[in-house]
Design a protein around this ligand. Structure first.
Ligand SMILES: Nc1ncnc2c1ncn2[C@@H]1O[C@H](COP(=O)(O)OP(=O)(O)O)[C@@H](O)[C@H]1O
Ligand SMILES: [Mg+2]
Length: 245
């Protein structure tokens, strides 16, 4: 049987009368890389925010870690700490690179020695050890996004949620960030859920793909199955480049 880290059932999100997201069922396997694809406005970011509990669904539930107790919507810090999100635009504090990466660990009251160990290791992973004392606001876009990623890394989450993390980056930085994503997935077994409008990125990174259109999950499954042999016409239009978005 598949080892489900997330199971979404009957999920709906409406704003006023308008339903912007509807997911009958979606399972995400532990250790997988799930790419959430679809045109702009399809509900991809909404889904990610609901998974991360930044927003509450209008209906339905998400079972985390196969534990139905965790589906209740009240603030659950233990659950919150197993997930970390990285946004399209890095949101960094006006402090040093080191302090930015250490911030979450300090908030969680980690010992100073442990904080230093994790931050230095993350800085090495992202290749920015030399910049540790530099002010975050003076970083290039690519460097800033790598720091945002390192901030997530040090927390050692079980699930990392990425919302178009490379959308604003040049190809060299896209490659670097993708290598980092692959590395934590392979080395730590971290489950990755990545929203991307870049099909090639989905092909490079994903084990599974979910295609959203107009708020609906039209199909999902093994990456090659969905991208090379889609069932739905809309998915085919999208993957063959006939959909304007
Ligand atoms: N806070 C909100 N209030 C009203 N409508 C919203 C809100 N957030 C998102 N939407 C709408 O929900 C739809 C899905 O948005 P989003 O999840 O951001 O799409 P995507 O990430 O796929 O581009 C869009 O039509 C958007 O306008
Ligand atoms: Mg979005």
């Amino acid at each position: 049987m598949m080892n489900e880290i997330l199971k979404i059932k009957g999920l709906k999100k409406s704003y006023g009368k308008r339903t912007v997201l509807s997911v009958k069922e979606l399972s995400i396997e532990k250790g997988s890389v799930m790419a959430i694809i679809g045109p702009s406005g399809a509900g991809k970011s909404t889904l990610l925010r609901i998974i991360n509990r930044l927003e509450t669904p209008s209906a339905g539930e998400i079972v985390y870690f196969g534990d139905t107790k965790l589906t209740d919507q009240s603030g659950n810090i233990e659950l919150q700490r197993k997930m970390t999100m990285v946004f399209q635009k890095p949101t960094l504090l006006d402090r040093s690179v080191y302090d930015n990466i250490a911030f979450g660990l300090k908030a969680r009251k980690f010992e100073k020695v442990e904080i230093e160990k994790r931050v230095i290791s993350a800085l090495q992973t992202i290749g920015l050890l030399e910049l540790k004392d530099q002010k975050a606001r003076t970083l290039s876009g690519g460097e800033a996004q790598r720091v945002a990623f390192a901030r997530a890394l040090v927390l050692d989450p079980e699930i990392i949620l990425l919302d178009e993390p490379t959308a604003n980056l040049d190809p060299a930085n896209v490659g670097m960030l993708e290598a980092l994503i692959r590395k934590i997935n392979l080395e730590k077994g971290t489950t990755v859920v990545i929203v991307t409008h870049n099909l090639l990125q989905a092909k490079r990174l994903a084990t599974h793909v979910a295609f959203f259109y107009d708020g609906n999950l039209l199909e999902y499954g093994d990456m090659h199955r969905v991208l090379d042999d889609p069932i739905k016409d809309k998915t085919r239009d999208f993957v063959e480049g006939r959909m304007i978005y």
